[in-house]
Design a protein around this ligand. Structure first.
Ligand code: IPD
Ligand code: CA
Ligand code: CA
Length: 264
């Protein structure tokens, strides 16, 4: 299944590059005011679902755009374009993200950033790779030496509880912050040591399932803001492991400030 996954995600990547040369004609719809879906997202997901159903007709599938397709103990989790906003704006930081679960546990993952020529892969217990070469998280231990990425799904989703208080607490003590536009790429960049961490609120399992396994296999840590690993998406914190507790402390302080202010 690992070779099959690599083949289909590379073909899907080429599809996005073909769409990219005619972005001006791309049909783009709004799921919500800032949440876009393009004809490329739908075409890529339909392509991937068709290939998986043909090869593994008894497997379940959960795709961002087409929802649940029932099946057995194996489930493919697909984000056909993670970073649609980046994609629609002609920026390279978008990816195709695919994870394979067996009985609820992610066993295979691939994140393809085709405009960057980068394919991240992992198999549970067998390490993480970038274009076939092993990757590992960075060894930085200080927040002042660390670069982290984030995103603002919470604001896009008009959530009452947003990322901004955490952002305002973290930015002054980090070396710097990045907002690339693809949660899957953010987790993979942490996995290969280009950044020390990524945090975000209000994500979905298809945003993070593949990136979480790649980060884990690269020696990183993935949890919610309290260090728990039960729920994969609402609160997401992925780091090189060395800064995880420090970041959680900052987040807890930021959330306490919100509680205090809301009671004033
Ligand atoms: C989005 C990207 C973005 C993150 C958003 C996600 P989408 O995925 O991962 O970086 O900040 O919260 O929804 O919607 O383009 O598949
Ligand atoms: Ca996504
Ligand atoms: Ca998407």
């Amino acid at each position: 299944m690992e070779q099959f996954l690599k083949e289909i995600i590379l073909e899907a990547g080429q599809m996005t590059l073909d769409f990219r040369v005619r972005l001006g004609e791309l049909n783009v719809k709004h799921k919500m005011d800032k949440d876009l879906v393009s004809e490329a997202d739908v075409a890529v997901e339909n392509f991937l679902v068709g290939l998986i159903q043909k090869r593994y007709p008894d497997h379940a599938i959960f795709g961002e755009e087409s929802g649940q397709h029932t099946g057995g103990e194996y489930r493919w989790i697909i984000d056909p374009i993670d970073g649609t906003t980046s994609f629609v704006h002609g920026q390279p930081y978008y990816s195709i993200s695919i994870a394979l679960e067996q009985a609820g546990k992610t066993i295979l993952a691939a994140v393809n950033a085709p405009a960057l020529g980068e394919l991240f892969t992992a198999r549970l217990g067998y390490g993480a790779y970038l274009n076939g070469s092993p990757i590992h998280v960075s060894s930085r231990t200080q927040l002042s030496d660390s670069v982290m990425a984030t995103g603002f799904a919470c604001i896009r989703g008009h959530s009452s509880f947003t990322n901004l208080p955490i952002f305002n607490q973290l930015v002054p003590i980090l070396r710097d912050v990045r907002r690339y536009g693809s949660a899957a790429v953010d987790l993979c960049y942490t996995a290969c040591g280009r950044m020390e961490g990524f945090w975000e609120l209000n994500l979905k399992i298809y945003d993070v399932a593949a990136g979480a396994l790649i980060l884990h296999e690269a020696g990183g840590r993935f949890s919610d803001f309290s260090g728990g690993t039960g729920q994969l998406s609402h609160e997401v914190l992925g780091t090189n492991g060395h800064i995880h507790e420090q970041v959680m402390d900052v987040i807890v302080r930021a959330l306490k400030d919100i509680d205090h202010k809301s009671q004033d």
